[in-house]
Design a protein around this ligand. Structure first.
Ligand code: FAD
Length: 499
């Protein structure tokens, strides 16, 4: 459905209709009801890019199953659990806000965007079994992860997820399981929040509209916008711009000319899934199972076998496999995106990335040239009895990894998310994609704290944000205060029908 409501000179323009813009827009409007907000989205429908259900894995990343978040300490073989505690806490913030959105009637039917699905980690080989045991010991000592179970017993693991053990040759295996994991349709929650936003006074949503340029003015930004249906171009002013354009953020940041964008580059990695719709197989798996990284795979390309619930239908998805692309966006991107993003100020960094990350380059070439048989080999690590006829290959979203000049000679590919804000705090942009959508509320709260501090600094502001996110400002106490965590978490789970 095309959206075409327009405001002239709004306070805020949100570029993009994904999970970042939608959560930011909803939070801002709740914090300051008279704020005028205009959303521009290049596709006809909302949230069709990375946030769309099929374009990401839908894992509510809470640190439960992702092995890359718990590095091993070489000295004593224990694991560092700092990162998983942080991610768990950040996902709790998302759940608290969405729970408020349900309880206050902003959005309905939580089952359409969040479902309980157990999260498992699964490993094989003695070294990895020892690692998982240490990981379990470190994590289960914390109240966030107290219910995490560990087993090396085939029968027990088979009772958690039979596809993992059937047909598996002998050898050491281990798994951990926690029931309180989730599958999230980030596209659905985005559309629901924007559905609410679009009905508020002083809000406009225009889809099929591409922001093509933005220039700094005395009072904010002048945006050039193209209506794709008519080809007409027009301009609009805004005091504040949020570039939540996903893969489209880097080109817009480069056009903005802000000093903070100098030297930034982007490196797209496409994703692909194997999908199984065979009802007999789908019915026998009810879990998200994360494994070990394969060779030089970047952390975000660690394979997993996932139950997905999309549009009320359960399906199985395995991947992601990486695919070579020069496009920054699936739907409305161009093969010229990568070449056109190369500028004199980021050329050297991009070349350095290529030279100093040969393993990554090799991995991408290997991924891009693999056959169905190669992909099935990886799937067999998780599901030994999988048959190629039950699986088809589909495209997932594209992640544009941020590359920064400040990393010095070697150049580092950033797998995390980066919020770029200019000095006068009139524009903020989001680059990168991991852990991404799950921690969107935490990310956009950072944008609000930086660019709209006046909305939080007063007693009324604090009361408003605490009505939506009761742990705001005391989040850091959750890891120490089990009773506080339980109180808020139980309420959120109840509202989201996860209990
Ligand atoms: C393969 C893969 C798996 C993932 N798995 C997970 C996961 O399991 N859990 C998780 O939490 N995260 C996951 N992520 C990350 C997550 O999908 C992203 O972090 C998140 O969706 C980003 O949201 P966004 O709003 O920033 O971007 P998007 O959802 O991409 O939204 C940006 C929007 O901006 C629009 N746009 C772009 N340029 C313009 C322009 N010039 N004018 C107007 N509109 C424009 C686009 O059309 C798009 O709709 C995964 C990502 C990928 C690619």
């Amino acid at each position: 459905m095309r959206h075409s409501t327009h405001l002239n000179n709004p306070d805020v323009v949100l570029i993009g209709s994904g999970v970042m813009s939608s959560n930011l827009g909803a939070l801002l409007k709740r914090l300051q009801p008279d704020l005028s907000i205009q959303v521009y989205e290049v596709t006809e429908e909302l949230a069709q890019e990375s946030s769309h259900g099929w374009n990401n894995a839908g894992t509510g990343h809470a640190g439960i199953c992702e092995l890359s978040y718990t590095p091993k300490r070489e000295a004593d073989g224990s694991v560092n659990v700092t990162k998983v505690i942080e991610i768990f806490e950040q996902f709790e913030q998302s759940k608290l806000f969405w729970s408020y959105a349900v309880a206050s009637g902003m959005v309905d039917e939580p089952k359409e965007f969040i479902t309980p699905v157990q999260h498992l980690s699964f490993v094989h080989g003695q070294e990895q079994v020892d690692f998982l045991k240490a990981r379990h010991a470190g994590m289960s000592a914390h109240h966030f992860f107290a219910p995490l179970e560990y087993s090396t017993d085939r029968e027990t693991i088979g009772s958690w997820a039979p596809l993992l053990t059937e047909g598996r040759p002998s050898g050491p295996i281990a798994a951990t399981k926690m029931d309180a994991g989730t599958d999230v349709n980030f596209g659905a929650i985005s559309r629901k929040l924007l559905g609410w936003l679009g009905k508020q006074d002083g809000c406009g949503i225009a889809s099929g509209h591409r922001v093509t340029d933005l220039k700094k003015t005395e009072n904010g930004w002048l945006l050039t916008v193209k209506d794709l249906a008519t080809g007409a171009t027009f301009q609009n002013n805004a005091k504040f711009v949020f570039v939540g354009a996903g893969g489209g953020s880097l080109p817009l940041l480069q056009k903005s000319g802000i000093a903070e964008a100098k030297g930034l580059g982007g490196f797209p990695i496409g994703g692909q899934w194997l999908v199984c719709d065979n009802p007999e197989i789908v019915a026998r798996h009810q879990a998200k199972v994360y494994g070990q990284a394969l060779d030089a795979a970047p952390t975000m390309a660690v394979p997993h076998l996932d139950t997905r619930i999309l549009d009320g239908k359960k399906t199985l998805l395995f991947g992601p496999f990486a695919a070579w692309t020069t496009k920054f966006l699936h739907q409305k991107g161009s093969y010229l995106d990568l070449p056109l993003s190369v500028k004199p100020d980021n050329l050297a960094t991009l070349i350095n990335i290529g030279i100093h990350n040969l393993d990554l380059v090799k991995y991408l070439v290997q991924q891009g040239t693999q056959s169905m048989a190669d992909r099935m080999k990886v799937l067999h690590v998780f599901y030994p009895d999988a048959k190629p006829e039950d699986w088809k290959l589909i495209d997932a979203g594209i992640r544009v990894q941020a590359i920064k000049k400040t990393d010095g000679e070697a150049g580092i590919v950033h797998y995390g998310t980066e919020v770029i804000t200019d000095q006068d705090r009139s524009i903020s942009a989001l680059l990168g994609a991991s852990p991404g959508a799950s921690v969107c509320v935490n990310i956009v709260l950072e944008v609000i704290k930086t660019c709209f501090p006046q909305l939080l600094d007063t007693p009324q502001g604090l009361a408003r944000i605490r009505e939506m996110i009761p742990t705001f400002g005391i989040d850091t106490k959750l890891p120490e205060n089990e009773a506080l965590y339980r109180q808020h978490s139980q309420q959120a789970n109840q509202n989201l029908q996860l209990a």
